[in-house]
Design a protein around this ligand. Sequence first.
Ligand SMILES: Cc1ncc(COP(=O)(O)O)c(C=O)c1O
Length: 395
Amino acid sequence: MISDRLDELTDYPFPRLDALIADLPLPAGETAIPMWMGEPKHGVPEIARDVLASRFDDYGRYPPIEGTPSLREAITAWLTRRFSLPEGFIDPGRNIMPVAGTREALFMIALAAVPTEKAGKQPAVLMPNPFYQPYKGGALSAGGEPIYLPCGPDSGFLPDLDALTPDLLDRAALFYLCSPANPQGAIADCDYLRRAVELARRHDFILASDECYAEIYDKTPPPSALEICAEDGDMTNVIAFHSLSKRSSVPGLRSGFIAGDADFIKAFVRLRKYAAASSSFAAYDTAERLWRDEAHVEANRALYREKIDIAERILGNRFGFFRPPGGFFLWLDVGDGEEAARTLWSKAAVKALPGAYLAASREGEPNPAQAYIRVALVNDIDTTREALTRLADVL
Ligand SMILES: Cc1ncc(COP(=O)(O)O)c(C=O)c1O
């Protein structure tokens, strides 16, 4: 017995890529350069090293799902500092919930937000297209209808809020917004976020603002939906997601948090007590230390900028190259993303992801991201330069 809901969950993009290139050998003597996954390889910050061992004995205890009070305070201090929120606006006891990586929280928020019916119909879950795949997994598992909002160059790679009809908004239970956007790096400015928050309140849905790449940006620091909430002192209907995976290059720590609407967080904590993993005490303490430190984040950001400079020099105006305003992906128009991924693998030993694997197609229409590949700039400088030089040569 396997739920038919799983039928709609297509294979995850990474096994699809493995299948796509399975018949192709690597060029002789080459080792593959991994650029398909957003797994930062800048190294774990040294300041985290000793904390992991210091909680040895606590592996004999169940850690609390809500995290430790001092972690929630460190997160509150970071949010307040980073987004210039008024002191006291975030209550660490009511507005913050640490999570074991934001992926599970992005999935599970749908279970907490999507009711049986909304406006007398099947609830809609709005998301950008292309999108981070757990949004779809959450929507389907919660019985919602995923609505894929086009995010091409015409709308600045963000969903066009003016294109959403009142009927759709009325039956929306949840709207995933991703800024900086994975994969295109677009940043929603305050005006955009303000309109999204207004819509969430007017039509009573949860705005899930996925801000996991907020600390990796080229020129302008991306704002948070929480800044909009601070304007009228109200966090109703808004939940922001942040992660240490990208900010601090520790995807193996599995540590992030959500922040926002206190009533929703209370209900979400209740649900997570049934279903979710809590992190270890060592992970909570490590996270606390990392949220309190900015030096390693600045160094990280500088490294990504340097790699984007290198990409700009090597790629110039080919493949529709543009500097991503946020995040660490290049979103390149190569004509046929699958074909390009196969060529890159077999001729250049570079593993990059076809854009189509991140996007949903409308019936009878071509996949909107079919022409693209996503290239993750996660390796060190020399490896990145080498990979991009090869990419320019073989494509
Ligand atoms: C847009 C986006 N949100 C959230 C995540 C989840 O990251 P984590 O579960 O490591 O916090 C990722 C990971 O790649 C992502 O790309």
